[in-house]
Design a protein around this ligand. Structure first.
Ligand code: SF4
Ligand code: SF4
Ligand code: FES
Length: 259
């Protein structure tokens, strides 16, 4: 069985902190030191089980925030693997290293001063034009995003397509760790979503109205009052509030003071 197939099989075994009957302790190398760890743990939990405490490279623990990229090799194999520490289950003889962040090129810009034109992408991130179409970025993505497709859209200046295809990006940087063209995919994608949000989408009228109300000070007094409440009164009010129903179409609260 190839190392990749073994890895997928191990990932499919799930993450259980309480060892199921028959589960064993396996050797894993963290910061170059060997530990015997329960085989059902994720990389993140295994590192904590070994006694380390995360102060970086850990966030949601649920595969959503992108804070936990990890790199590993398995003893006897030359290949480097990349994945999210909170979503990858350890395997025997894994040699682990954590990335506190990925040091990719990040353009500085003021979105208010950019034109909505797609040529902005190549001006801020000229390296997108160096894509060689190898698709390594797509294969590296834990969110199964077609990364090469959104980079190709960015090359064409197609802001809307790049924004839509990259919508689920969690900014983990794993695609950039593999790219032979040194592209900072996730920063390019974020620029496209910002451009699309500002210049491509129709602005929501109700949102503009509400922002205006907030800026006019309509809620200031209410916010001041709430901020001064003791915790138990806040809890009481929270429990007593009129919750929005799941199907809220056409619903309005009984108290319309702040609508
Ligand atoms: S890894 Fe880099 S060069 Fe390869 S397809 Fe993705 S963006 Fe292009
Ligand atoms: S596109 Fe890149 S940064 Fe975004 S989730 Fe996929 S691998 Fe992570
Ligand atoms: S801790 Fe958030 S994605 Fe892993």
């Amino acid at each position: 069985m190839s190392s990749e197939a073994k890895r997928i099989k191990v990932i499919a075994s799930g993450d259980r902190t309480i060892l199921p009957k028959g589960a064993k302790m396996i050797p894993v190398y963290i910061m170059g030191k060997k530990y015997m760890l329960p085989e059902t743990l994720t990389v993140q939990k295994a590192i904590e089980y070994a006694g380390y405490q995360f102060i970086r490279a850990c966030g949601c623990r649920g595969g959503i925030c992108g804070a936990c990229p990890t790199v590993w090799r398995v003893l006897g194999d030359y290949q480097l693997h990349f994945g999210l520490a909170c979503q990858t289950v350890i395997e025997e003889n894994m040699v682990l290293a954590q990335l506190p962040f990925f040091p990719a090129n990040k353009a500085v810009y003021d979105i208010e001063e950019l034109s909505g034109d797609g040529s902005v992408i190549a001006a801020l991130y000229p390296e997108v034009m160096k894509c060689v179409g190898c698709n390594t970025c797509t294969r590296a993505c834990p969110m199964e995003i077609d990364v090469m497709e959104y980079i190709n859209a960015a090359m064409r200046g197609d802001v809307a397509r790049a924004a839509r295809v990259s919508f689920d990006c969690i900014q983990c940087g794993l695609c950039s760790a593999r790219c032979p063209a040194q592209i900072a995919h996730y920063h390019v994608a974020q620029l496209c979503r910002r451009l699309y949000g500002k210049y491509g989408l129709r602005q929501a009228e109700h949102l503009a109205r509400r922002v205006e109300q907030i800026q006019s000070g309509r809620y200031d007094q209410m916010m001041d009052e709430v901020a001064k409440l003791p915790e138990d009164e806040l809890r009481k009010r929270y429990v007593a509030r009129e919750p929005e129903p799941l199907d809220s179409k056409g619903w309005e609260p009984k108290d319309k003071t702040y609508l």
